[in-house]
Design a binder for this molecule. Structure first.
Ligand code: ASC
Length: 156
C-alpha cells in the first residue's frame, strides 16, 4: 500500500512539473482548455470591470476574490496554442497565432504585465488606480483580439 502511494505521488509530481503544453493528448483537448481558460478569465475580469465602470458598487473584497482567479487563470491559455492545434474544433484563433508566433507571445506578455498592474491596484483597494489599470488591461486583451482572433468560428 505504501509503495502504491509512493508510485502515485511520484507520477502526480511528474505530471505537475511537466509544461502544461505537453499534457494535451489531442488538439481538441488543447483547444477546449484554452477556450475554457479564456471564458473563466473573462467572467472574473468582467466582474472587476463592472466595478471599475461603476455598473456595480465597488467592493474591495469582491474585486480581490475575482482578481485572485484572474491571476491564476490568465497564463493558462498560452500553454495550449501548440503546433497542430489550429484545427480540431471550431475556434477563432487566426493562423497568425502560429505564423507570427513572436508577435503573439509578445501580445500575451503585454496582457500579463497589465494584469500584474491591475492586481497591484486591486490589492491596494484603490478604485481610481483600478479604473486606470483595468482600462490598460482591457486594452491589451483587445489589441491581441484585433490581431489574432477571427470574427467567426472556423468550421473545424
Ligand atoms: C473583457 C473580455 C474581453 C476583454 C475585451 C477588452 O472583459 O471578456 O475579452 O475585456 O473585451 O476589449
Amino acid at each position: 500500500m505504501k509503495r502504491l502511494f509512493l508510485a502515485v505521488t511520484a507520477v502526480a509530481g511528474l505530471a505537475m512539473s511537466l509544461p502544461a503544453a505537453a499534457q494535451f493528448q489531442k488538439p481538441e483537448d488543447a483547444i477546449k482548455y484554452r477556450q475554457s481558460a479564456f471564458q473563466v478569465m473573462s467572467a472574473h475580469f468582467g466582474r472587476i470591470g463592472a466595478m471599475a465602470n461603476g455598473r456595480v458598487p465597488f467592493d474591495a473584497k469582491v474585486a480581490q476574490d475575482n482578481m485572485a482567479i484572474v491571476t491564476v487563470v490568465h497564463k493558462l491559455p498560452f500553454t495550449a496554442f501548440g503546433e497542430g492545434t489550429d484545427k480540431g474544433l471550431p475556434q477563432r484563433a487566426k493562423p497568425e497565432v502560429w505564423k507570427e508566433a513572436a508577435k503573439f507571445k509578445a501580445a500575451g506578455e503585454k496582457m500579463q504585465a497589465e494584469v500584474a498592474k491591475l492586481d497591484a491596484a486591486v490589492k491596494a483597494g484603490n478604485l481610481d488606480a483600478i479604473k486606470a489599470a483595468f482600462g490598460a488591461a482591457g486594452g491589451s486583451c483587445k489589441a491581441c483580439h484585433d490581431d489574432f482572433r477571427a470574427e467567426k468560428y472556423s468550421s473545424n
